[in-house]
Design a protein around this ligand. Structure first.
Ligand code: ZN
Length: 236
């Protein structure tokens, strides 16, 4: 009989311990989750953003049933076909290996690898945009030459010729992305915002056909230079 008490006590202590650690785990998971939810909400909102849509007067309510009749396209501004192959997100990120000199330690989808000038300016612009309710997401900032080469080769295949490809993707030695001097952003509202206010931070959209692509092309507060039709102009 006396044997009964001690084990029961240890059991209840253990149970209490378990529930305490359980609570701690649950709490930390909840905290982590809410942090991730922020990130994910941001991300998925961006992903759901229609490529072609949205009058500048206000973003369309998401629940409105889409009738194909009402959809308007402005071809020069918003090509329906996404011209760039979706970057596969895995390869560059897992560079935890022994950092060979110059090998990408940065994430392409961040400001990390950008030139100091563009990084500083973009950081300010992103803060202002966020405050205005228009978060800017970076789809592609600095790229390795190898990745740019791959994208360029894919573009040649996709568009059928070198001349057609350079309208969308430049070879590594010509690409501002490889130098960390360009960013591709999303969603569309962010493109519209940065196109309108980017000059305040010295950031401009250089090409008619790439509403997502921005570079530090002017003195902050000064007008942006006239846009070129496409990146092919860089090789002309
Ligand atoms: Zn770009």
């Amino acid at each position: 009989m006396t044997n009964d008490l001690p084990p029961r006590r240890t059991f209840s202590v253990r149970a209490r311990l378990l529930s305490v650690t359980g609570l701690a785990v649950v709490a930390s998971v909840l905290i982590w989750h809410s942090q991730m939810a922020d990130l994910l909400a941001f991300d998925s909102a961006a992903d759901k953003q229609p490529v072609v849509a949205g009058g500048p007067g206000g973003s369309p309510p998401p629940q409105v049933p889409l009738k194909s009749t009402g959809v308007r396209k402005t071809p020069s501004e918003t090509p329906t076909v996404s011209p760039k192959p979706k970057p596969k997100k895995t390869p560059t990120k897992t560079s935890k290996t022994t950092g060979t000199a110059g090998k990408s330690q940065y994430s392409e989808e961040s400001i990390e690898g950008l030139s100091p000038k563009l990084r500083t300016r973009l950081t300010k612009a992103m803060t202002a945009a966020k405050a205005a309710g228009v978060p800017i997401r970076i789809n592609s900032g600095r790229r390795s030459a190898a990745k740019q080469r791959r994208l360029f080769n894919e573009a040649i295949k996709r568009y059928g010729s070198y001349q057609a490809a350079i309208r969308w993707v430049l070879p590594p030695d010509k690409s501002a992305h490889v130098q960390g001097k360009a960013v591709d952003i999303a969603p569309q509202a962010a493109m519209v915002w940065l196109n309108k206010y980017g000059y305040r931070y010295g950031i401009c959209r250089p090409y008619d056909n790439e509403p997502w692509h921005f570079e530090a092309l002017t003195t902050p507060g000064k007008k942006c230079p006239p846009r070129k039709t496409s990146s092919a102009a860089e090789l002309g």
